[in-house]
Design a protein around this ligand. Structure first.
Ligand code: ZN
Ligand code: ZN
Length: 552
């Protein structure tokens, strides 16, 4: 045990989102990332999904630090929940911490926290480890891979990365440092699997600028609105550069877009000529061909700018036949439907819409197989666990590692909650901790599976309401059994169903009363059962049945 280092995966293995893991030596723990995940459409009323932090909270005295690989929400979005319980120093690049701090301030939990900025290539003691911050290219600037120097050897966590040879800021993935770590001997590699199914190489971010330039030049008289992630500073840089070259003013729309642009300019990570920038209310003063709007909402989020524009709801500015809308993005799985709605509504406003299915206006931030091979080749790890991906991505990444010569004994496919130990001999499974989805409903707060399941049943099958009164003395039913339904059969016209429900309820009550049952909750249960049986037999459906039997 003395030489063992333990890794506990708390999220991101089996889904894209809520990335979080803990690495532990001598009983001291360092957390890597604390991200959120966006819900599927059938998770009704759920706003976000968090990792289950209980395991960490129970060990809060042993947690030394939280280290952030980069500033994306799937790596930082759950911090505001975690820091309320585990207040330890948070490490990351200036931009990563800037984004995180902004969100923590919005949530009013930033005060009393310690943020420690790190620079590229830095190596410093954090908790029981020496931790190195290695520059990697990704769809947000200042992203890092991490190398933990542990007693069981070097553990490399890739963070989210691609191997972009012509990044916008000239800051490439530090391949020579990775090669040096490989030479020193990497005990365990944990690496991004998002694009492990895709052969070849992810196009460089700068290829997007080429496409944008052409589209801008082809439309000298049209106003151009580009929607992209507000954290994608390099995309925003390219849009700003092309706008400048083609004589357009820039207007930034969306709260997070304005905040991130401000922060990135302050950190000199985004260069925009102040003379180019105009306020949104001044857009109509310029001919369409002289304006470029950069906005949020590329994922179809209903409250973001692009959705508002598509509905004609945005303040100070409406889109129409003079506008070309470019979605410089690719829908995250689960968002396709909302993005489709927004694109449809933009067509209703008579705007031209261009997305990544028509023009190369987006490039992924994640490495494809060709880059993953290079990464593995440089690091030559003794053991490998794929991270950051849905299950099939993890499987493909594991296969890739084996195809490169790693024995399958040294490759483990892990899922959320799995723990592994690294020893000088290899890695082995060490246990399992709770790591289910933690649902957050913005209005109701925490949500567990039960209310969510009820919401699903309500949405799928509707609700049937039954109420009836029973007289205790005579043990008889008073008045008619009242039955109504919502979200299913039409109560008014479907009298046959209602009649048979009433009959079933009367029969069930009659039987229960004859058996001597008279308490309200006992009678309610028998009514519920009878109604459920009837509806199940007749329709093969399970609506939510709300029954009340009043005994008086
Ligand atoms: Zn990610
Ligand atoms: Zn990312």
């Amino acid at each position: 045990m003395a030489n063992e280092v333990r890794v506990t995966f708390l999220g991101g293995l089996g889904e894209i989102g809520r990335n979080c893991l803990a690495i532990e030596q001598d009983g001291r723990i360092v957390v890597v990332d604390a991200g959120l995940m966006f819900p599927e459409p059938t998770m009704y009323g759920v706003d976000i999904i968090l990792p289950d932090f209980r395991w960490l909270i129970e060990r809060r005295d042993r947690v030394d630090a939280i280290v952030l690989t980069h500033g994306h929400e799937d790596h930082t979005g759950a911090l505001r929940y975690l820091v309320k319980e585990v207040n330890v120093p948070i490490y990351g690049s200036a931009l990563t911490l800037g984004f995180a701090r902004h969100r923590l301030s919005e949530a009013k939990v930033a005060s009393g926290l310690t943020f420690v900025e790190v620079v590229d290539g830095e190596r410093r003691p954090i908790g029981p480890f020496e931790v190195e911050f290695i520059p990697v290219t990704h769809s947000v600037p200042s992203a890092h891979a991490l190398a933990f120097h542990t007693r069981a050897g070097i553990v490399v966590h890739s963070g989210d990365f691609k191997l972009d040879q012509s990044p916008i800021d000239g800051r490439r993935t530090d391949l020579s440092r990775l090669a040096a770590l490989g030479d020193a001997g990497v005990a365990l590699l944990l690496a991004d699997s998002t694009n492990a199914e895709a052969p070849g190489f992810t196009p460089s971010e700068s290829s997007v600028g080429v496409a944008l330039r052409r589209l801008f030049l082809e439309r000298p008289d049209r106003r151009i609105v580009v929607a992209c992630f507000a954290s994608h500073i390099h995309r925003i840089q390219q849009i700003a550069d092309v706008a400048h070259e083609t004589g357009r003013r820039l207007a930034f729309m969306g709260r997070s877009m304005e905040a991130n642009v401000k922060l990135a300019r302050k950190l000199h990570l985004l260069r925009v000529d102040p003379a180019d920038v105009i306020d949104v209310e001044n857009i109509p003063r310029f001919p369409p061909g002289e304006v470029c709007v950069v906005c949020t909402g590329s994922q179809g989020e209903p409250m973001a700018v692009l959705s508002k524009l598509s509905r004609g709801d945005a303040r100070n500015f409406k889109v129409g036949a003079d506008d070309t809308i470019i979605l410089s993005s690719h829908p995250i799985p689960g968002n396709e439907w909302s993005v489709g709605r927004v694109i449809d509504d933009l067509h209703r406003e008579a705007s031209e819409v261009i997305d990544s299915s028509r023009e190369p206006v987006h490039a992924s931030g994640h490495a494809r197989q060709g880059e993953l091979r290079t990464f593995h080749q440089l690091l030559r790890p003794a053991n490998f666990v794929p991270v950051h991906g849905e299950y099939r991505h993890l499987v493909h990444h594991a296969e890739l590692a084996v195809s490169m010569g790693l024995s399958s004994k040294h490759v483990l496919i892990c899922e959320d909650g799995d723990q592994i130990d690294i020893t000088t001999k290899g890695i082995r499974r060490a246990g399992k901790v709770p790591a289910g989805f933690h649902y957050i409903d913005g209005a109701a707060g925490d949500l567990d599976e039960r209310p969510l399941e009820e919401r699903r049943m309500l949405a799928e099958y509707g609700v049937v309401l039954i109420s009836v009164g029973v007289e205790r003395v005579t043990r008889s039913i008073v008045h008619e059994v009242a039955v109504s339904a919502r979200g299913w059969f039409d109560g008014a016209s479907d009298t046959q169903v209602l009649d048979s429900l009433r009959l079933a309820v009367r029969e069930a009550l009659g039987e229960s009363l004859s058996q001597g049952l008279i308490e309200s909750d006992e009678l309610t249960k028998s009514v519920q059962r009878a109604a459920g049986r009837l509806l199940g037999q007749r329709f093969r459906r399970q609506p939510v049945i709300m029954a009340s039997v009043l005994v008086f």
